[in-house]
Design a protein around this ligand. Structure first.
Ligand code: ZN
Length: 467
């Protein structure tokens, strides 16, 4: 729906009362239709924002890919990757800690749920703002349940069923929705992914945003691989040079090109820089239930990898056809991934950085300061969750399990981290005027302009992600 209507409804409606009766009736009809289509308002109550907290991992990593794997490929009918079980160190597990923090953050955000006790959230907010906060409604869900009891999980018929990212076959062979599909089914406005690393990397020491690169730079990478761009300036002069390096033996541009090849064709590069036809990683956008899959029967065409199509296995003959590639070029993906408040990385980068700042401020307000508590360099790549949802996605590496200070925060300061996440989510959806503070990581307090994601017919990009 148009932005003007949106803001009128969520705040007051003075302009409506000044209009003639006829105009008033017509306006209300339009508003009513838009609301019915979008399904975001109930009985003229303020909109309910949908938030998914996504604590990473949870399942069992195993070399038995046939039973435990992820990335089920509909062409070969097998899993292409081992399940990523996440970081562990000194008896601490990433999948346990991020889930504990997510549960605590949800408990706080539930004060903002319809029927929740908002006065309790108002009390929390009084630490961050002097203004009287506006009540908004937030419906918060978790993407998975807890994963503490490994023995119990291993007894299940398919231990990783609840934890996989990508759709997978059930007992009778029907394809079941996995984590990304289940997130999309909820049509969230905001997704918050929580992770921790294991490795201690001094250049990345702190809390890191994890962002998916905009289509424009990935497309330039494709043109480079196809011989259409002669030099690497488009990469090195961009804000996206902090590319995630799988190892330090090769530079960031190498890993960028490798990810470009996989993102477009499904194949990584071999040592000669050609598509590695032995290491197919699959068409990820066809591994989830959502609006951008290729039409039924696509597997037949894809199996022969015909040139001049989106299934070509010769990069010079790759053509990005189909709904997913149209989506990638869309203005909405540009809003999510390019430019924005932080100067790059779009709303995803802003949402991620902002929640990190609230976490750091929450700790700071409790006197918990340390040089290793800082917002630092992003990890940039073509990460699955932020790539394959329409929601604005805050993907946070909370720190490193190999770092003693971070271990202290992860185990002793979960409530403070959870408060930062909850207040950050509220601030991104509602906006708050943050108290003046000399702290270098004071949040901006600006809300995300979700109105930009409205589309034709009164619907929104968030609603359109799935049936
Ligand atoms: Zn992780």
């Amino acid at each position: 729906m148009p932005a003007s209507l949106f803001s009128q409804i969520t705040h007051h409606r003075p302009f409506v009362y000044q209009m003639s009766d006829m105009k008033f009736i017509i306006t209300m009809l339009i508003v009513g239709t838009a609301l019915a289509v979008a399904g975001v308002f109930e009985n003229a109550q303020p909109r309910v924002y949908r938030v998914v907290l996504d604590p990473g991992h949870g399942g069992i990593g195993s070399t038995d890919i046939e039973s435990f794997g992820d990335r089920f490929d509909l062409l070969s009918k097998r899993y292409l990757s081992p399940f990523a079980e996440g970081a562990s160190h000194k008896g601490l597990w990433e999948h346990v800690l991020v889930h504990e923090i997510a549960v605590k953050a949800k408990a706080l955000l539930d004060y903002c749920a319809p029927g929740g006790d908002f006065s309790k959230f108002r009390h929390i907010l009084s630490r961050y703002t002097d203004e009287e906060p506006k009540q908004i409604f937030i419906e918060t869900t978790l993407s998975r349940s807890d994963s503490k009891n490994r023995e119990e999980i291993l007894k299940r018929k398919d231990p990783n069923a609840e934890y996989r990212l990508y759709d997978f076959p059930g007992e009778n062979g029907t394809i079941l929705p996995a984590r990304i599909s289940r997130i999309n089914a909820k049509k969230p406005h905001l997704v918050v992914c929580l992770h921790m690393t294991r490795d201690y990397s001094s250049t990345y020491r702190g809390l890191n945003p994890v962002i998916v690169a905009p289509h424009s730079i990935l497309y330039n990478g494709l043109l480079y691989l196809q011989g259409g761009i002669p030099n690497k300036d488009f990469f090195y002069k961009s804000p996206y040079t902090d590319w995630f390096q799988e190892s330090n033996s090769k530079n960031s541009f190498h890993w960028f090109l490798n990810d470009v090849a996989s993102y477009f064709t499904g194949y990584p590069l071999d040592k000669q820089g050609k598509l590695d036809l032995q290491s197919f990683k699959g068409y990820r956008y066809n591994m989830v239930h959502w609006a951008y899959r290729d039409p039924p029967g696509w597997e037949e065409k894809a199996r022969s990898h015909p040139p001049d199509s989106q299934y070509a296995n010769d990069i010079t003959r790759f053509v990005p056809d189909g709904k997913f590639w149209k989506r990638e070029k869309s203005i909405f993906e540009n809003y999510r991934r390019e430019g924005g408040e932080e100067g790059f990385g779009g709303d995803n980068m802003y949402a991620t950085s902002e929640i990190i700042r609230y976490i750091l401020l929450s700790l700071h307000l409790r006197g918990e300061g340390h040089p290793h508590q800082k917002l630092t360099r992003p990890y940039i790549s073509t990460w699955s969750v932020p790539l394959l949802v329409n929601a604005v996605t805050a993907f946070i590496e909370l720190g490193s399990l190999a770092n003693q200070r971070h271990r202290y925060l992860f185990t002793q300061k979960q409530d403070e981290i959870a408060e930062g996440i909850a207040v950050g989510v509220y601030s991104l959806l509602s906006g708050i005027t943050v108290k003046k503070n000399a702290y270098p990581y004071t949040p901006k307090g600006k809300r995300i302009e979700l109105e930009r994601y409205r589309s034709t017919g009164g619907s929104s990009y968030f609603d359109e992600v799935a049936e």
